[in-house]
Design a protein. Structure first.
Length: 301
């Protein structure tokens, strides 16, 4: 009805990100909700998440993001450089903001293994920025595996002593979006939910249930082969990839139905085992990604 926002339970799981973002945009146009400020901070990592987000389609990342929020800072996307960029970051803290962080927090040498800029003639470390911005944020989104639990940045031997964002902000609630990289829909859908209804329902690991509730194994189109004990013996086989190392049985995320690259394909659809990039503990706990040990047993975690 006019002037009202449909409750989140009225949105089906199918295309939920598109539905949430379109509802948010319509509500903003009608003045039902207001834009909020967003700070997108990139710490120790490969910037793979921001690249993945820029590839988002339906909803389109750039248009949707700029329409839903006022982006105050993003290491990769802003035009300002050096201290002028950091000045914008510092000034953004004067107003209410949502904080999104990708990349792990490097602790080595008081954070000097990850410097994001300089401020007042001194290096500004990712560790300082994470603590400073996290304490004042209205909501925090940990975006990608490195931010949620350390990910590749914290993989052995971890020379930078990287950790997930929660370890340096232990008392702050945050929404965790694991993935390497995160899917554009997971980020935009969560952001739209924040604007419309507040924080989404999450599991005991702080992951939004609307994206991370079901095991890949339970929705995999190759599940019938698993149930009948028909397993691939080499890459390229069209049967179940479990005995080649597929981590679908322990990974909770909606890749089988959402798919990637404009919603057209996903790893198993391209005959590649799931490597569990959206599961806590990736990559060390998910290795080896390819296995020819037919006696291997994967436990559901």
């Amino acid at each position: 009805m006019e002037g009202q926002i449909l409750p989140p339970e009225s949105l089906t799981n199918e295309a939920i990100a598109e539905r949430l973002t379109s509802t948010a945009l319509e509500s903003l146009k009608k003045g039902i909700i207001k834009k909020k400020n967003l700070i997108y901070l990139e710490l120790n990592g490969c910037s793979g998440n921001i690249i993945s987000l820029l590839n988002g389609q339906n909803p389109d990342f750039e248009y949707t993001l700029n329409s839903m929020v006022d982006l105050k800072f993003c290491n990769s996307l802003m035009a300002a450089e050096g201290e002028r960029a950091i000045e914008k970051l510092i000034k953004a803290m004067d107003e209410e903001y949502i904080l999104a962080v990708e990349g792990a927090v490097a602790l080595k040498n008081n954070g000097l293994y990850n410097i994001i800029g300089s401020w007042q003639g001194k290096p500004l470390t990712g560790l300082q920025a994470a603590k400073m911005l996290g304490e004042k944020a209205s909501h925090i989104l940990a975006v990608g595996a490195c931010a949620t639990h350390g990910g590749v940045s914290a993989a052995k031997p971890n020379p930078s002593q990287s950790v997930g964002l929660q370890q340096v902000l232990p008392d702050k609630n945050m929404i965790k979006l694991p993935g390497c990289p995160v899917h554009p829909d997971w980020f935009l859908g969560t952001l739209a939910h924040l604007l419309l209804y507040g924080e989404p329902e999450t599991d005991n690991l702080d992951r939004p249930l609307m994206f991370y509730s079901t095991l890949i194994h339970d929705r995999c189109p190759r599940r019938p082969f698993f149930d009948r004990g028909i397993f691939a013996e080499k890459l390229g086989d069209k049967t179940c990839l479990f005995k080649l190392g597929c981590r679908g049985p322990v990974t909770r995320v909606d890749c089988p139905t959402r798919q990637w690259n404009g919603h057209v394909n996903w790893p198993i659809g391209d005959n590649t085992p799931c490597i569990g990039c959206a599961q806590f503990g990736f990559p060390d706990a998910m290795a080896p990604f390819i296995s020819y040990d037919t006696t291997r047993v994967v436990k559901n975690e």
